[in-house]
Write a protein that binds this ligand. Structure first.
Ligand SMILES: CC(C)(COP(=O)(O)OP(=O)(O)OC[C@H]1O[C@@H](n2cnc3c(N)ncnc32)[C@H](O)[C@@H]1OP(=O)(O)O)[C@@H](O)C(=O)NCCC(=O)NCCS
Length: 182
């Protein structure tokens, strides 16, 4: 005897075939380039610390904003900052510099995403000096603040693969730290 194929509600134009499971929706996939963000900032006197250098807290604000934009573009939802690490201040910046930042995704988990941001001090000559590198873990959340699944990431180039591999190691360390509390 053949599989039951009764149609429910066919008289109303609704069709459902018993005995056939609905296929799970394939995960949406996106490219790294789909969510890249770039920004430039002038340095105003209010952005400087007592030594006339860019205040770290101001830079952190710009970094957090950019991480949020990258995560929002990828997840197509609200994202919150779960962790910031490898925040390295390599050089200072002064009032004559223009701050240039570039952020992009390196890795995605289920609801979490890692965003790398490189920040440069652009000199008056146009030369750019790397002053900061940071990695943010952003988590996509629904309207109730609960984590929600994000699209997968298509890793295309060797560089993207290397970034992904390093991010996996960093995420493993973060979980270890959280578990062991160090
Ligand atoms: C981030 C937050 C949504 C996670 O919620 P949670 O109930 O702990 O959820 P889970 O434990 O299921 O973790 C969800 C994801 O976040 C990741 N995550 C949570 N804390 C993390 C941390 N400290 N480091 C790295 N990843 C972390 C988990 O690994 C998991 O990733 P996955 O879904 O890709 O596997 C929640 O802790 C939160 O709202 N924190 C406050 C965020 C905030 O206010 N930020 C500052 C202002 S934006």
């Amino acid at each position: 005897m053949g599989k039951e194929t009764a149609r429910v509600g066919a008289h109303r134009g609704i069709q459902h075939v018993f005995g056939e499971e609905e296929a799970p929706k394939p995960r949406k996939m996106k490219h790294v380039s789909d969510s890249i963000a770039e920004a430039s900032h002038l340095v105003f006197p209010g952005d400087l610390n007592a030594y006339g250098r860019l205040f770290g807290g101001r830079l952190l604000q710009w970094l957090d904003e950019m991480a949020g934009i990258v995560a929002k573009r990828h997840s197509e939802s609200t994202a919150v900052t779960a962790a910031i690490d490898n925040l390295e201040f390599k050089e200072g910046a002064t009032e004559t510099d223009t701050i240039y930042m570039k952020g992009y995704l390196t890795w995605v988990g289920n609801s979490s995403m890692e965003v790398r941001i490189d920040t440069y001090a652009e000199k008056l000559s146009g030369m750019r000096v790397l002053i900061n590198r940071a990695y943010f873990v952003m988590v996509a959340v629904d309207s109730g603040g609960l984590p929600q699944k994000v699209p997968g990431l298509i890793v295309e180039t060797l560089n993207e693969q290397l970034e992904w591999d390093s991010a996996v190691r960093r995420q493993k360390l973060r979980k270890e730290r959280a578990r062991e509390g160090y």
